[in-house]
Design a protein around this ligand. Structure first.
Ligand code: AVI
Length: 324
């Protein structure tokens, strides 16, 4: 088997190699962590997904924020430090910042592991008057702790976790993550959580398997990324995108199905993987919540659900949780 000189790889690539190896070496269902979708190509493909007619999630998120930012501003205590976990381009946050700047002195801290996403967020929101922006290039919880440490006496935090990224956590990991967020907060601090809701099956399947093949390209880019960064020899034409609904977990699952028996070499992970015809690699789960489930999640992680705003066109909820 081909071995690469891995001693020259940076820490991020070594971690990527270790995670790829662990996921593909699993007995039973092989898997790859969905966080690795978002390299430069994957992030652009996700931007394209978000404007596809079949994928209403991002537009629904924006509609609710546009329609209810003033209601939100009335409910949160000030002075305020706003931290956004995974801000992306920051486009939909504009409504919130504009509604809140009419209150007291506001600071906005987008938290992102991608320097380029932070830069475009600072460009997008830099011109909102009366708001100080400071991008933090860290993992979500590390970044949040850093912001919490900066709070002045009497100031409150509003944490934004939008776009239903919470739905991409493994089952049970959503509650554990919210508990960790809660531990960095004090009573009265708030969390605005965007979550996609259960909806008819045909609508969900079309959203995750659009006829133009953009979501398929997004999914397959995971293998292309492994080829680029770990020198692997995945033949993308020998895999197909699969989206299916798992009723027992209320999640859309995305997989990559091997069209034939094949062996793939991943030199920088010092690993070789064999796939059977029809065998799948599980790449993502996207949980679809119910309104009641979100209230239970709030209570289970130390929050009170103060308000919920629902988009009726796409069934998407923005929930305002207050730390108790
Ligand atoms: C980022 N996340 C909320 C998206 C979702 O819908 O779960 C990722 C995505 N996967 C396929 N299409 C979009």
């Amino acid at each position: 088997m081909l071995l690469a000189n891995t001693s020259t790889l940076d820490a991020a690539t070594l971690q990527f190699a270790a995670d790829v190896r662990a996921g593909l070496d699993r007995p039973g269902q092989k898997e790859l962590p969905s966080k690795y979708f978002y390299d430069a190509v994957g992030s652009s493909l996700f931007e394209a997904i978000s404007v596809m007619p079949e994928y209403g999630l991002t537009r629904a998120d924006e509609r609710v924020l546009r329609g209810h930012s003033r209601d939100l501003a009335r409910l949160v205590p000030t002075p305020l430090l706003i931290c956004e976990l995974g801000s992306g381009s920051g486009k939909k946050t504009r409504w919130i910042l504009e509604a809140l700047r009419e209150k007291e002195c506001i600071s906005y801290y987008p938290i992102e592991i991608s320097a380029s996403a932070l830069a475009s967020c600072e460009r997008e929101l830099g011109q909102v008057d009366g708001i100080t922006i400071l991008g933090i290039e860290r993992e979500y919880l590390d970044g949040l702790r850093e912001v919490a440490a900066r709070r002045a006496q009497g100031a409150h935090l509003l944490v934004l976790f939008l776009g239903s990224t919470i739905g991409n956590f493994d089952s049970g990991a959503d509650r554990r993550f919210l508990e960790s967020v809660r531990q960095t907060l004090i009573p009265g601090d708030c969390l605005l959580l965007g979550a996609d809701l259960v909806k008819p099956l045909d609508q969900l399947l079309a959203a995750y398997d659009d006829p133009a093949g953009v979501t398929a390209a997004f999914n397959l880019n995971m293998l292309a990324r492994i080829n680029r960064e770990l020198d692997a020899d995945f033949n993308l034409r020998q895999f197909e995108h699969v989206a299916r609904f798992n009723g027992s977990t209320s999640s859309i699952e995305m997989h990559l199905r091997s069209k034939k028996p094949q062996t793939v070499t991943i030199p920088r992970a010092e690993f070789m993987v064999q796939l059977r015809e029809g065998e799948t690699i599980w790449t993502e789960s996207s949980h679809k919540y119910s309104v009641a489930e979100l209230k239970i999640l709030a209570a289970a992680s130390g929050f009170e659900c103060k308000e919920q705003w629902i988009d009726q066109e796409w069934q998407f909820a923005e929930s305002l949780f207050m730390a108790i």
